[in-house]
Design a protein around this ligand. Structure first.
Ligand code: IPM
Ligand code: MN
Length: 333
């Protein structure tokens, strides 16, 4: 029996996670679910953004489906983003963010790339401080952290390759960040040497920002540091049809957390109109992860078929709401 912790969180997370769970339940894999709280709403009620019980649940099952949480940008004393807490607590070092052309809603066909984002280091270590009128953020890049994310990227490339020769593109800014990204680049190149069947290329992050907009179909697997990956993955999601449909996986050794890339969308929360496809496609990645890639493919195919039939929520130009979009996917499973 495989049990999954559902962490809907705030805003539209409360709407899209039940939809994704419904799709998972319909697969007949014998999955079971338990719900656990986290988020700004929970923080306001209890003073804690992610209770120890939620962490214990994730520890116990090793699998979670996470919605979204709201983080006030000004910062609130004592509040820390629950997804960052999960990534740190369970050392979820590998963030997989695939982008591929979906029927009807993709701006162009032929895109199929995977962005592999380092998920624990870089500016995300959260070491920011104020020294008088100067503020400092530490950018931490380690040899071990770089090596393991590079290995994850090359392993993903092997899985996706079939009989094609795929290329992993290392994205960095080592011309300026000579020490930190110098190390990241060097570790990635060392790992690349162990994979003679996979090509290896490198690109500065600013150049990649343009190339990703100009010819996204030129890329197979991209590996990069945490903040660059955060930015480039939002950009890449454009080719799928937008942030509302983009899925991701946060993978560590003892746990994995799957989530849509979009946030809590407070502007549309509570109206039942949020796009559930990001969460549903994240659930498909969960299927892949638990050794059920055929189930993952069924879910992806059902989403594509629903879109091909013209069913879409408002963010992707349609008039479906969360329940009707979800039903359209369920009907095509
Ligand atoms: C993401 C999000 C998070 C991040 C936020 C919510 C902390 O933007 O998963 O891409 O910056 O990693
Ligand atoms: Mn982001």
């Amino acid at each position: 029996m495989t049990e999954i912790v559902l962490i809907p969180g705030d805003g539209v997370g409360q709407e899209v996670i039940p939809a994704a769970a419904e799709v998972l339940a319909a697969l007949g894999l014998g999955l079971t679910f338990r719900e656990a709280p986290a988020g700004f709403g929970h923080f306001e009620k209890t003073g804690n953004a992610i209770p120890d019980e939620t962490l214990a649940d994730v520890e116990a099952t090793g699998l979670a489906l996470f919605g979204a949480t709201s983080s006030p940008s000004g910062g609130v004393v004592g509040y820390r983003s629950p997804i960052l807490a999960l990534r740190r607590t369970f050392d979820l070092y590998c963030n997989l963010r695939p982008t591929w052309s979906l029927p009807v809603i993709s701006p162009r066909p032929g895109v199929d790339l995977l962005l592999v984002r380092e998920n624990t280091e870089d500016l995300y270590v959260g070491r920011e401080r104020r020294e008088g009128d100067t503020t400092v953020a530490e950018r931490v890049i380690t040899a071990a952290g770089s090596e393991r994310i590079a290995r994850a990227a090359f392993e993903q490339a092997c899985e996706r390759a079939g009989d094609r020769r795929l290329v992993v593109t290392i994205v960095h800014k080592a011309n300026v960040l000579k020490v930190t990204d110098g190390l990241f680049r060097q570790q990635c190149k060392a790992v690349a040497a162990e994979y003679p069947d996979i090509g290896c290329n490198e690109m500065l992050v600013d150049a990649m920002a343009l190339r990703l907009m100009r010819d996204p179909e030129a890329f197979d697997v991209i590996v990069t540091t945490n903040l660059f990956g955060d930015i480039l993955s939002d950009q890449a999601s454009h080719w799928m049809g937008g942030l509302g449909v983009a899925p991701s996986a946060n993978i560590g050794v003892r746990a994995a957390v799957f989530e849509p890339v979009h946030g809590s969308a407070p502007d549309i929360a509570g109206q039942g109109i949020a796009n559930p496809l990001g969460a549903i496609l994240a659930a498909a990645m969960l299927c892949d992860h638990i050794g059920q890639p055929a189930a993952g493919d069924r879910v992806r195919a059902a989403c594509a078929a629903a879109l091909a039939a013209g069913v879409a929520t408002a963010d992707i130009g349609g008039s479906a709401n969360t329940p009707t979009m979800t039903r359209a996917v369920l009907a095509r499973l």
